[in-house]
Structures are given as structure tokens and as C-alpha cells.
Design a protein around this ligand. Structure first.
Ligand SMILES: Cc1cc2nc3c(=O)[nH]c(=O)nc-3n(C[C@H](O)[C@H](O)[C@H](O)COP(=O)(O)OP(=O)(O)OC[C@H]3O[C@@H](n4cnc5c(N)ncnc54)[C@H](O)[C@@H]3O)c2cc1C
Length: 368
């Protein structure tokens, strides 16, 4: 390999690998550089929405039954109410982050992506980027370097962001699965987000506005969850992360595009980050094939619009506990409405359907 490539992807997490695979499928010569080496772990709820599974299939990434747990739907639980709904049509999937990363690395290798691990990108140059002190020339550069993206900073797109930050702790437990849904347990001002990964392993992520909050401090908020996990053996250490709601007005400059968390993100509670990354990757490859990134900007806005709205709604429920209690009570008395909201969340609903759902939600809220 010479120090030249058509597409240089900075960051080999899920977004970077998806972007690399999508670009390679269009026939580009692609190099990925990441400062870490696989399988790369990162605190994550480890739930793949049906939309994420659909995009992975389009990219040719195979996640088999032995890799994790098929998820039937979503359940919301609080101290007094519980409501669940199935995904329409396709299923979701719970998969360990390291397993997902490994499958994506394998697919990138199979496609002929040039993978440079333990290789931190130190900056940009006129012709490309600086890797281990040496310039690699590239026609296109993709910044997929995550939530604290330096590429975003280097190309001056940081300043235009609107953002809100929360704090998360993730841990795995060996426990017999009690659910085949992704569960969100709502506490007073925090949530525990539960994803079964197999018949005997479950991932729990705690999300709050308090950077000091740890899982063991939170059990009293979630008596039901605590009862499931009382005798469970932890199978990983607790790991912290931040989750940021960030919207950028622009996601490219010249021939440098941002994707995944680097290009803006939704709060972890939406479970949409990976799906967004994979769909953005496909749109970005289309735009690079066209030879201009304007269409990527438009597609990016469209891809993120619905998850941004859902994220905003869910954060309202976090911020106003009495609103959340009424909303959950209303939904528990009308589970079909919850199914409609889930369909809307996943983009499976028309605008008429959405308008009818909003009216019904308003009515349930008034009468709850
Ligand atoms: C608590 C929590 C729970 C979540 N739960 C879910 C969920 O259930 N479902 C879901 O879909 N999403 C979830 N998300 C969101 C999801 O984890 C992210 O959207 C996803 O990880 C974004 O991937 P990425 O590739 O953009 O970033 P990352 O995974 O952060 O990857 C960035 C990569 O860039 C590399 N890098 C950084 N800087 C450089 C550099 N200068 N040079 C070279 N390499 C560099 C890093 O080593 C890293 O590998 C959750 C997030 C959190 C915090």
C-alpha cells in the first residue's frame, strides 16, 4: 500500500466501518485508521433496532442467531405502570458491542478495505491526513471518530452545534433472561436501559444527569429490576460514558464528511445511534459516487430528523416526572397507542397515521 487512498476513514468504530464497507461496495479504494485495535469495546446499550438490522443486511454484515438475542419489541416500566409493543415486521437484536465490531471488521476485510489499527490520525493536511507523522493523501476524508470528534473540530464545525449531555454506566450480568424486549425502566430522574444478549446474559445501562451516579446507587429506584438482578453475577466491569444530544447544521466541509456520532448524536435512550450511523454510511457512499457531498447533507438531515424528535420527547419524560407518570399511565391503558408510537419511532408510519396517533395521545394524556 502507498500512502495514498481514495477514501480515508478516520475512526474504525461501527460508523467508520459501515462507511468504509459502503464506499468499498461502490468500488472506491478505502483505508480506515483507528487508534485502537479490535474488537473495540465501548459502553453501549447493545440494542440494534430493526432499522439497524436492515442497514447491516444492505452492507452485507451478517449477525447470526449465535451472536446475540432476537428482540421482539420495547417495554417501558415505571413504579406503577408497564406497557410493551412489538416491532412491526422485522425484529431487533441484542448483541455485545465487541461481537458487532468483530462481524463488521470481518465484512470490511472481505470487501478489501485496508485496515490500519493502532494508528491515530494526528491532523489534516492540504492533501489528506497525518498518520503517525506521515501524510496519507486522500480524495475523500470521512470523520467517524466518535462523540468527541477531533475531525469535527479541525474542519471548524464544532461551534455550530446545539447540545445536551447525560452520563451513562454500563454493565453485563449473567442471569436468566426474563424478557425478549428492550426494556426502559424509568426512575425519578434516571433510566435503566436493559437489553437481553442471550438466554443467560443481559446488558444494563444506567443513564442520568448525574456524573457521580453508579449502578449500585440506583437499584432503589428500580425495585423490579433489582429483584431480577439480585443474585446475578456481573460478567463485566462497570464502564462509564457520556451520551450527547447534538445537532450540527453542517456535516461536511469541502471533501471531508462527518458520520456517526462525530456528525451529531441522539440521546442513548432512543437506541438509535447505530441505526443512524449505518444509514448515514449508505447515503455518504451514494454522495461520494455522485462526486459531491450536498446530497449527503440533505440525506443526513432526513435520516436524523425522526430520531431527533423522539429523543426530544423521551428527554421531556426524563425532565418532568409527573408528565412521564401520566404518559405511562395513559399508554398502559391503551397499549395499541404505544405500538403506534413505536412504529412512528421506526419510521413505519405515514403522516396521517402520525396525526391520528398524536390526537389519541393527547386524549389519553388528558384523561390519564
Ligand atoms: C450508554 C450508551 C448506550 C447506547 N445504547 C445504544 C443502543 O442500544 N443502540 C444504539 O443503536 N446506539 C446506542 N448508543 C449509541 C452508540 O453507541 C453510538 O451511536 C455509536 O457507538 C457511534 O459509533 P461511532 O463509530 O460513531 O463512534 P465510536 O464507537 O465512538 O467510534 C469512534 C472510533 O474512532 C476512533 N478514533 C477517535 N479519534 C481517532 C483518531 N484521532 N484517529 C484514529 N481513530 C480515532 C476511536 O478509537 C473509536 O474506535 C449508546 C450510547 C451510549 C453512550
Amino acid at each position: 500500500m502507498g500512502w495514498e487512498t481514495e477514501v480515508l476513514v478516520i475512526g474504525g468504530g461501527p460508523a467508520g466501518l459501515a462507511a468504509a464497507i459502503a464506499a468499498r461496495k461502490k468500488g472506491f479504494e478505502v483505508t480506515v485508521a483507528d487508534g485502537a485495535k479490535p474488537p473495540i469495546d465501548k459502553p453501549c446499550g447493545e440494542g440494534l433496532m430493526p432499522t439497524a438490522m436492515e442497514a447491516l443486511r444492505e452492507l452485507g454484515v451478517e449477525i447470526g442467531p449465535g451472536d446475540g438475542q432476537v428482540l421482539r419489541g420495547v417495554r417501558f416500566v415505571d413504579a406503577t405502570s408497564s406497557v410493551e409493543a412489538d416491532y412491526l415486521g422485522a425484529s431487533g437484536f441484542g448483541v455485545r458491542r465487541t461481537v458487532l465490531h468483530q462481524r463488521m471488521v470481518e465484512r470490511a476485510q472481505e470487501c478489501g478495505v485496508n485496515l490500519l489499527w493502532n494508528t491515530t490520525v494526528e491532523g489534516l493536511s492540504v492533501e489528506g491526513a497525518i498518520l503517525s507523522g506521515v501524510v496519507m493523501k486522500a480524495r475523500w476524508i470521512v470523520g467517524a471518530d466518535g462523540i468527541h470528534s477531533r475531525v469535527r473540530n479541525w474542519i471548524g464545525l464544532n461551534g455550530k452545534a446545539r447540545q445536551e449531555m447525560r452520563f451513562a454506566q454500563r454493565r453485563h450480568f449473567q442471569v436468566q433472561a426474563w424478557t425478549d424486549c428492550m426494556e426502559i425502566h424509568w426512575g425519578q430522574s434516571l433510566q435503566a436501559y436493559v437489553t437481553p444478549l442471550s438466554s443467560d446474559e443481559t446488558c444494563v445501562s444506567l443513564i442520568s444527569r448525574d456524573p457521580q451516579m453508579r449502578l449500585e446507587d440506583a437499584w432503589r429506584e428500580f425495585p423490579k429490576l433489582a429483584s431480577y438482578l439480585r443474585d446475578a453475577r456481573p460478567t463485566s466491569a462497570e464502564r462509564g460514558a457520556v451520551t450527547v444530544t447534538r445537532r450540527l447544521r453542517q456535516v461536511y466541509r469541502g471533501s471531508i464528511a462527518l458520520t456517526g456520532d462525530a456528525s451529531g448524536s441522539v440521546d442513548a435512550i432512543t437506541a438509535e445511534g447505530l441505526s443512524l450511523s449505518f444509514h448515514q454510511a449508505i447515503a455518504l457512499a451514494d454522495a461520494m459516487e455522485e462526486g459531491k457531498l450536498e446530497s449527503y447533507q440533505r440525506a443526513h438531515r432526513q435520516i436524523t430528523s425522526r430520531p431527533n424528535t423522539m429523543g426530544w420527547l423521551l428527554l421531556l419524560l426524563d425532565r418532568y416526572p409527573s408528565l412521564r407518570r401520566r404518559a405511562l399511565r395513559g399508554l398502559a391503558s391503551d397499549p395499541e397507542l404505544f405500538a403506534r408510537l413505536l412504529a412512528a419511532h421506526l419510521g413505519e408510519a405515514s403522516s396521517r397515521f402520525l396525526a391520528a396517533t398524536s390526537l389519541r395521545l393527547g386524549w389519553q394524556f388528558l384523561t390519564a
